[in-house]
Design a protein around this ligand. Structure first.
Ligand SMILES: CC(C)(COP(=O)(O)OP(=O)(O)OC[C@H]1O[C@@H](n2cnc3c(N)ncnc32)[C@H](O)[C@@H]1OP(=O)(O)O)[C@@H](O)C(=O)NCCC(=O)NCCS
Length: 295
């Protein structure tokens, strides 16, 4: 039998005043109160500034929240967390239903492995499309083959880079470019084969979870699946020359998965990309996201 939501549950829009409590709910919900070393939530500031958030309170105390990021006509359910002591009582469902009321019809999310999340989304027509892997490597364990690509660092106002991102991500998202530049110390890169540009990437030198020794690759996109492994390998070579640990969030169908794993990357986590529409706005064989929150 489904349990009933708490009787005194109230839903209200989230504001930037809620930042500390949303971070606290995230840590309680995802890690039982003890986050991994270096975990931080600067991404929540950006999500609240550019998205729509809902907070659920029980008797006035926040017990859960969700955040929807809409770019163009596509929404990304970036957050849905309920405090451990209040889970499985319908709070997540209530937040999701409220968020969907104002969402455009096209929506996706990267779900955790929690069956409650997967079931909740599936019942709202948001169905699994592919596994999404967190790949990680220590420089010492990597044996990256050379590529015949040239890596070019460009400026954040480079229109060519922004255009690559719009085409590969399938949405305009200038606000994420500011976030990558200012919060993640991102370096925008283009990849050339001879005179032709065949891919783009950002390497986040600070990441967005606070691990200072880690370079996070993302977004990354390639002209086609044939060249995608070389683009990913070239990005990894660039990153590993500058940080001892490298991470990339890669769709399972990405053409570079085999090459990166062969070179020494390890799967350290898995989410599920789910959407209520065909995913023709992006090609998971050629595109890797900023991260699970900003796919
Ligand atoms: C995922 C989460 C947000 C869902 O919120 P919640 O308030 O616990 O979930 P709800 O009670 O509203 O709904 C969960 C539903 O999943 C169902 N469910 C639970 N386990 C299930 C399983 N193994 N198979 C199928 N359905 C299952 C429940 O029966 C419930 O449906 P019902 O109310 O009709 O019975 C919450 O559990 C949470 O914070 N989890 C940890 C963090 C996390 O993984 N967040 C998701 C990020 S994508």
């Amino acid at each position: 039998m489904p349990r009933r939501p708490p009787v005194n549950l109230t839903l209200r829009p989230a504001t930037t005043d809620d930042l500390a409590v949303l971070a606290d709910i995230t840590v309680d919900s995802a890690f039982g109160g003890t986050p991994p070393d270096g975990f931080a939530t600067p991404y929540l500031d950006h999500e609240l500034a550019t998205g729509a958030g809902i907070v659920a309170t029980e008797d006035g105390s926040p017990v859960g929240f969700g955040i929807l990021l809409t770019r163009g006509d596509i929404s990304n359910l970036a957050e849905l967390f309920v405090r451990r002591g209040t889970q499985s009582q319908g709070v997540g469902a209530a937040i999701l239903v409220r968020l969907l009321e104002d969402a455009p019809p096209r929506l996706f999310t990267v779900a955790s492995s929690d069956p409650r999340a997967l079931a909740l989304y599936a019942r709202h027509g948001i169905v699994p499309r592919w596994p999404d892997w967190d790949l990680r490597a220590e420089a010492a364990a990597l044996d990256l083959p050379p590529t015949n690509l040239t890596v070019v660092e460009v400026a954040w106002d480079d229109e060519g880079w922004a255009d690559w991102d719009r085409r590969c991500a399938g949405r305009p998202r200038a606000s994420e470019h500011g976030y990558l530049r200012d919060t993640c110390s991102g370096v925008p890169l283009l990849f050339r084969k001879g005179a032709a540009t065949v891919g783009y990437a950002c390497v986040q030198m600070a990441g967005d979870t606070g691990a200072g020794n880690t370079a996070v690759i993302g977004p990354l996109g390639a002209r086609d699946a044939g060249i995608a492994p070389a683009v990913a390998l070239a990005a990894a070579r660039w990153a590993v020359a500058r940080r001892p640990v490298v991470q990339i969030d890669l769709p399972g169908p990405h053409a570079a998965c085999a090459s990166l794993i062969r070179a020494g990357f390890r799967i350290v986590g898995q989410g599920t990309f789910m959407s209520n529409m065909p995913t023709d706005f992006m090609d998971p064989a050629c595109y890797a996201p900023i991260g699970a929150e900003f796919f």
